[in-house]
Design a protein around this ligand. Sequence first.
Ligand code: HEC
Length: 105
Amino acid sequence: MKSMTFIRNKVLLVATMAALAAPAALAGDPPPQYAASCGACHAVGVAGAPATGNADAWAPRLEKGMDVLVASVRNGLNAMPPGGLCNSCSDEDYAALITYMATAQ
Ligand code: HEC
């Protein structure tokens, strides 16, 4: 009997670990381009970049409207290079990246 309990606990443990190891589709995950582009500066707020998850830093930016923000990324803005290091991104990709950075927890 003792060994049955042991096995059941082990199965539970493995199931829990599998659940923890599969965060791929969780809501709030960064878009795929984030780590290799925007994140390089926005993760910590390099050179005055509004930091990811800092709602106060993003609030005045969001007031400009998404079209203006996407144009800022496409054209570059001060220390931000044109395209924000993601030249293959579409405008929709930029909008998704901006929304992620402005709302990440
Ligand atoms: C090399 C660093 C760097 C990278 C890479 C970068 N940014 Fe930025 N970003 C900045 C800096 C610095 C600012 C602040 C510019 C300013 O207002 O002077 C900024 C500002 C912004 C703003 C606000 C623009 C505005 O009009 O107020 C948005 C939106 C933005 N970045 C989005 C992105 C996105 C999306 C990416 C990735 C595709 C990205 N950034 C990549 C440095 C970077």
